[in-house]
Design a protein around this ligand. Structure first.
Ligand SMILES: Cc1ncc(C[n+]2csc(CCOP(=O)(O)OP(=O)(O)O)c2C)c(N)n1
Ligand SMILES: [Mg+2]
Length: 293
């Protein structure tokens, strides 16, 4: 079991990997991946979710669905740190023939469960997986009679993604089915492709919206790994409702000139910018301390 401090250091290394990958690729998304590094670290390396690179085809493994698949650099870097893919593969991001394309896909038996890209669709896939978990356990298609769960499904979504109407149809179904086998992380970073979410399509009060759909809501500081892990534990032990963990994050986290700037939604750093970013992250790495050891 890793300490919080060790996890924080890994998250920082993942951020450095993201910068290097994007620089080499010459295209891709910066803000979302940097902002979600702590959540991905907690998810894959925090010891709560059943995700083990040695058991990547185990039917009882937990499922992860990346619905906002444009942030896949953070998924790839985390998979490397969790032993699912070789670290040196990261530099093939977006190259012809590489398993690591600009949006994630599941053709390579490397722990990635779904293809992504079209926002709003991953949540429906995740609900299908969560329902399948219940049916498998019971050996019945009567999902309402199920009592125990065989695996948990973790779905990652973004705030701009919630503008897709399909999400709300899916949330309604998960609420109706009391889908406790499902947890959604929403990257609440307040930006989307063209600007601040509240200017483009206001989402507030987001927590109340989910509650109205019969979801259990937890809000966390998306950069506090201890808080994220505690929320995951709570979500796993739910008796009835599906859980949403609203993760308040800073887009571009860790790189001063990228933080909170929607302009970094979909562009990579150039050479000079990458140098500054890496210097900042490396300096931070030396300073990481945590109250929760
Ligand atoms: C169905 C669909 N419509 C549009 C897009 C193009 N698109 C990609 S990312 C994005 C912005 C979504 O906002 P968010 O995920 O919150 O951005 P971030 O916080 O990661 O910068 C859009 C519109 C898409 N991938 N899928
Ligand atoms: Mg966003």
């Amino acid at each position: 079991m890793k300490t919080t401090k060790q996890l924080e250091k890994i998250a920082n290394q993942i951020r450095q990997d993201i910068i290097n990958m994007l620089l080499t690729a010459g295209s891709g998304h910066s803000a979302g991946p940097l902002g979600m590094a702590d959540v991905f670290t907690a998810l894959y390396l925090g010891g709560i979710a059943k995700l083990d690179s040695k058991k990547k085809n185990d039917p009882a493994r937990d499922r992860v669905v990346l619905s906002n698949a444009h942030i896949c650099p953070v998924l790839y870097a985390t998979l490397a740190h969790a032993g699912f893919i070789p670290h040196k593969q990261l530099k093939t991001l977006r190259k012809l023939g590489s398993p690591l394309q600009g949006h994630s896909n599941n053709h390579y038996n490397n722990g990635i469960e779904t293809c992504g890209g079209p926002l709003g669709q991953g949540i429906s896939q995740a609900i299908g997986m969560a329902l399948a978990s219940r049916m498998n356990r019971r050996g019945t298609s009567d999902v309402k009679r199920a009592t125990k769960v065989s695996y948990h499904t973790w779905c990652l979504m973004s705030d701009g993604e919630l503008d897709e109407g399909q999400c709300w149809e899916a949330f309604m179904l998960a609420g109706k089915m009391d889908l406790r086998e499902l947890t959604v992380f929403v990257d609440r970073n307040n930006i989307q492709i063209d600007g601040p979410t509240e200017d483009i399509m206001p989402l507030e009060n987001l927590a109340d919206k989910f509650k109205a759909f019969n979801w259990f809501v937890i809000e966390v500081d998306g950069h506090n790994i201890r808080e994220i892990l505690d929320a995951m534990k709570k979500a796993q032990s739910m008796a009835a409702n599906p859980t949403v963990i609203i993760c308040h994050t800073i887009p571009g986290k860790g790189v001063d000139f990228m933080e909170n700037k929607y302009e970094w939604h979909g562009k990579p750093p150039n050479k000079e910018e990458a140098k500054i970013a890496l210097h900042e992250l490396r300096t931070l790495n030396g300073k990481i301390t945590s109250e929760h050891q």
